[in-house]
Design a protein around this ligand. Structure first.
Ligand SMILES: *Cc1c(COP(=O)(O)O)cnc(C)c1O
Length: 494
């Protein structure tokens, strides 16, 4: 399997090289040149396999430069002990042919665990394969979920140092606690004085600063990336779409070949891109429903072909989807025509003006594949409340956005095709918000909110979240954005 850059299709790299580099040198993203296929016969056989076996089969098609033993060892370390009941991606059936794909049974209670429990092992294996002796330095700016999922995956992995920068006052109390209580000598967490965009920009500057890179190189370090521009984050996400379809087959909920829809609450476009890959590989997905919150730049883009970031940015109750630049969209646009010059052109315009325009033929292609919709804050609350009142099931605000948009789709299109709705976080990660959406008074303390939420729903909070209350806080630094470089060198002792 070959990989190339979205902005230079001549450039060919192996999976191991792609995973280690994170991003391509000329600014593009790394994509597979050709997607492998899974036959319907094989899909049928999947029904008898467990998640680990399914992951092995799918990933072996992409990581062709990994040996069977290498891949096996990575997958076992990621999925054999870290997920509740050893079920990383279980389905819950709702009424009307809707199923929730619960991707929050991992150590940090959000879907990013599915990729970030595996990525560290893919990275260290890739590094060994390329005979790199360097230690890997990962820099992450986070608005909440990515930071903890990366910490949990990378802590105590030899040969990797992880840095997490979060905006002071910009993450929820649970998210902050999750990060500052993380054990492990190879993890470094600090708050920065600034917002998420400033932290993210500073991380990108450090990442591309040749002087910083040279200093690192001279002292035996090399940068890589843990966010969803890394191919190693994208590939593990393809697995759960195949797994969900096989589970429905095994439960006789669908017949082999029956088309389904998939609804994804979307931010950086990584999760829904993985669903698109699954579709292109032969999984019978008919429509991809792209659900956005009040920051609905993707809805507008899919409907009109105009991507325009010159608009207000809102803080919503689904913060992991508060994004104006969806990085992985570039990969999807590349696959439409595989024309790197066109992509370079779009993104050059975007860098200059914050806006680019898709030709009508591409808008048409896109609307054959996607339905896009968004919901506002009231509709998000209403979706949480409705689901709880009619079924007793508690969902988090990100999942609620997906439910609300799926409902719009069914009402508008009148389509009864079965639908897998991706549930991306545990409601106990956003307890005060969920509680107030249910019409209860919002307590000051998030742990009090967890207790109340548990009582009214009769569900047990994830033990990892309950335990946070009593863990010591290890990381108390708050630094100015301008001192991030100094902090990096100081922590690496160089
Ligand atoms: C990251 C995240 C999303 C958005 O996923 P993308 O792959 O960025 O589109 C949605 N929900 C939750 C809870 C997340 O953490």
């Amino acid at each position: 399997m070959d990989y190339c850059s979205t902005r230079d299709s001549e450039k060919s790299v192996t999976a191991a090289e792609a995973i280690l580099q994170g991003i391509s040198e000329e600014g593009g993203l790394i994509v597979p040149t050709k997607l492998p296929a899974i036959s319907s016969q094989e899909l049928l056989q999947f029904a008898n396999l467990n998640y680990i076996q399914r992951a092995h089969r799918i990933l072996s098609l992409f990581l062709t430069d990994f040996t069977d033993e290498e891949l096996n060892s990575c997958i076992l370390q990621a999925y054999s002990n870290s997920f509740e009941g050893n079920m990383p991606a279980p389905l819950t059936s709702l009424s009307d042919g809707r199923y929730l794909l619960e991707l929050w049974h991992g150590p940090t209670a959000a879907f990013k665990d599915l990729a970030l429990q595996l990525l560290p092992h893919l990275l260290t294996t890739s590094s060994k394969k390329i005979h790199s002796n360097s230690n890997i330095v990962i820099l992450t700016a986070t608005s909440g979920d990515t930071g903890k999922a990366a910490l949990s995956g990378f802590a105590k992995i030899p040969g990797i140092e992880l840095f997490v920068f979060y905006p002071e006052g910009g993450v929820s109390e649970i998210q902050r606690k999750q990060m500052v209580t993380q054990p492990g000598e190879n993890v470094h967490v600090t708050a920065v004085n600034g917002n998420f965009d400033q932290a993210q920009t500073a991380v990108k500057q450090l990442f591309t600063d040749w002087k910083v890179r040279r200093t690192l190189k001279e002292t035996g370090f090399v940068f890589s990336s843990a966010n969803s521009i890394n191919l190693g984050r994208l590939l593990p996400q393809i697995v759960y779409y195949f797994s969900a379809y096989s589970d429905l087959l095994a439960a006789d909920e669908i017949t082999l070949g029956e088309p389904i829809h998939v609804t994804v609450p979307t931010g950086n476009f990584g999760n829904i891109l993985a669903a698109y890959y699954a579709k292109q590989m032969g999984l019978p997905i008919q429509r991809l429903i792209c659900a956005s919150n009040v920051n609905h730049i993707l809805t507008d883009f899919i409907k009109t072909g105009v991507y325009d970031r010159n608009r207000p940015f809102y803080r919503s109750s689904s913060p992991s989807m508060d994004i104006l630049v969806s990085s992985n969209l570039e990969r999807f646009l590349y696959h439409l025509e595989e024309d790197p010059e066109e992509i370079t052109d779009f993104y050059q315009k975007f860098a200059e003006t914050g806006r680019f325009l898709l030709p009508q033929r591409l808008v048409n292609k896109m609307s054959d594949i996607f339905f896009a919709g968004y919901c506002n804050e009231e509709e998000t609350s209403a979706a949480i409340q409705n689901l709880f009142q009619t079924t007793g099931y508690l969902c988090d605000p990100h999942t609620a956005v997906a439910l609300s948009v799926e409902e719009q789709y069914r009402t508008q299109i009148g389509d009864k095709t079965k639908n897998i709705i991706v549930s991306t976080a545990s409601p106990f990660k956003f307890p005060a918000t969920v509680l107030s959406d249910l019409g209860m008074e919002r307590p000051n303390n998030e742990f009090e909110a967890i207790k109340q939420l548990s009582t009214i729903s009769g569900t047990i909070p994830p033990p990892s979240i309950l335990a946070l209350q009593h863990l010591p806080e290890r990381f108390l630094d708050v630094i100015p954005i301008s001192e991030m470089e100094q902090y990096l060198f100081q922590e690496l002792k160089i």
